[in-house]
Ligand binder design. Structure first.
Ligand SMILES: Cc1ncc(COP(=O)(O)O)c(C=O)c1O
Length: 449
């Protein structure tokens, strides 16, 4: 594009004017223009490819469904169309969208200081690390904060290598840990890895839930003199479709890692902070990992936030040179205010308990639907409000996802990736809304059958 700073300034001002205008003062033509331009801007400046995958474009009869005002479990587009959100931004919105206490904390901090000086000591970051030390299992006491889940995993991998002086990792088939190069090396799916090989050396993959396979790999690595720094797994695999491991998996991982002097990393980016019906996924099995990664919901769905956390013994390797791992914006005061407020809300509203109870309710209803429509809904699984529905093919899954979309319910599921669809709504979603979703789901199944 030809450089045009004047136009760039006008366009920047125009959007800021729009977002500072109360919604009710935008006329229908303004709203339609925003919807039209957003689609064009995605095509011309983000990635045309996305438009073929988003139901908000492919399934919209006229204007692309363009996100505008959202609250709790309801998403409203610029043209005023309302959708029930059971995707939860893939797990960001555990306390619901724009929880008032989290928004208030962030606004208050915004008026004080939005980022940090990098020289003075910042109280919120230190306080958040202390709060997390009291929330996490085992001896976890120290934390490093970043902005995304993949950064948390990168940090955890570096910490494991630095502490053990070893190189390799054992990760899980179908596992998902993010898409930066280190985290991608752990990924258990070829589609995102293969085009970028070679990635980090020394990573081996085993079937999720198979502790014997982990042990065999560790024994083999030891026999041939390869060194393994850590075993990395999600407590419950999220992206793979809410796959719950056998009950002895995590306790056995703990024993095996201790036996081979290898660290155990729990990637709780998706399962952490209440999602599965306990504060952390590993709490289902009373296991204390050596390193824990958090992300997604950590910033309360208001500010991006992630962390990797560990014990004083392991953290000691970062002390001689605390600049060994840094990021300029990670753990900034807005993110820390959001995370602190979110932890308060999670405990006060007992979001883990709500997730456990509502998850059991939804799973039971889905199992009833599975009995009625076994050719459509083949499997239902999960824990808490991390629930997976499995369909016979991507095509059937997409019929369900698009059927729900046309009934104003937002889920994941694209044309080419809909065999497994996750349900991960806000943990405080009212039963009334859940019932409405289940009715619309049954209606969708009926129309497909
Ligand atoms: C378990 C797990 N780890 C890491 C990540 C990466 O997080 P982000 O997309 O914030 O980088 C994800 C994202 O889905 C995840 O589910």
């Amino acid at each position: 594009m030809a450089r045009d700073t004047c136009y760039a300034m006008q366009e920047a001002h125009r959007m800021v004017d729009i977002i500072t205008t109360p919604c009710e003062n935008l006329c229908r033509e303004d709203c339609q223009r925003i919807a039209r331009e957003t689609r064009e801007n995605f095509a011309n400046h983000i990635n045309k490819g996305f438009l073929e995958y988003r139901k908000s474009v492919t399934e919209a009869n006229d204007f692309a469904v363009t996100e505008w005002v959202c609250k709790g479990s309801i998403l409203r587009d610029i043209l005023g169309r309302e959708y029930i959100d059971i995707l939860g931004g893939y797990g960001i919105y555990s306390p619901g969208i724009r929880h008032p206490k989290i928004v208030a904390a962030v606004k208050a901090q915004l008026d004080r200081s939005p980022q940090y000086s990098q020289e003075m000591l910042d109280p919120l970051r230190a306080h958040l690390a202390k709060v997390l030390a009291f929330l996490t299992p085992g001896d976890i006491q120290y934390g490093f904060f970043a902005n995304s889940g993949t950064e948390a995993v990168e940090g955890a991998m570096k910490l494991a290598k630095l502490h053990t002086g070893k190189n390799g990792f054992i990760a899980m088939l179908k596992g998902f840990h993010g898409k930066t190069l280190g985290a991608l090396s752990l990924m258990g799916k070829s589609v995102f890895r293969a085009p970028l090989l070679p990635l980090l050396g020394g990573v081996r993959h085993v079937p999720f839930g198979d502790a014997d396979a982990v042990e065999k790999q560790l024994a083999a690595a030891k026999a041939v003199g390869d060194d393994i720094a850590a075993v990395v797994a999600e407590p419950i695999q999220g992206e793979a479709g809410a796959i719950v491991p056998p009950d002895d998996f995590w306790p056995r991982l703990r024993e095996i890692c201790d036996h081979y002097a290898v660290l155990l990393i729990a990637d709780e980016v998706q399962t952490g902070l209440g999602r599965t019906g306990k504060i952390f996924g590993v709490d289902h099995w009373d296991v204390a990992p050596d390193i824990m990664c958090l992300g997604k919901a950590m910033g309360g769905g208001v500010v991006p936030m992630s962390a990797f956390l560990s014990t004083p013994k392991i953290w000691a390797c970062l002390e001689p040179n605390p600049f060994m791992h840094t990021t300029t914006t990670g753990g900034n005061p807005l993110a820390c205010a959001a995370a602190l407020a979110h932890i308060g809300v999670m405990l006060e509203e007992d979001l883990p308990r709500q997730a456990a109870e509502k998850g059991a309710y939804v799973l039971a209803k889905l199992r009833e639907l599975q009995e009625l429509y076994p050719h459509i809904l083949q499997q239902v699984r999960g824990k808490g409000l991390l629930i997976g529905m499995e369909f016979p093919t991507d095509q059937t899954g997409y019929q369900v996802a698009s059927g729900l979309f046309s009934r104003k319910v937002i889920t994941a599921g694209t044309l080419t990736n809909a065999k497994n669809i996750r349900i991960e709504p806000a943990l405080n979603i009212p039963y009334k809304i859940l019932d409405e979703v289940l009715n619309r789901l049954e209606d969708t199944f009926k129309s497909i059958a």
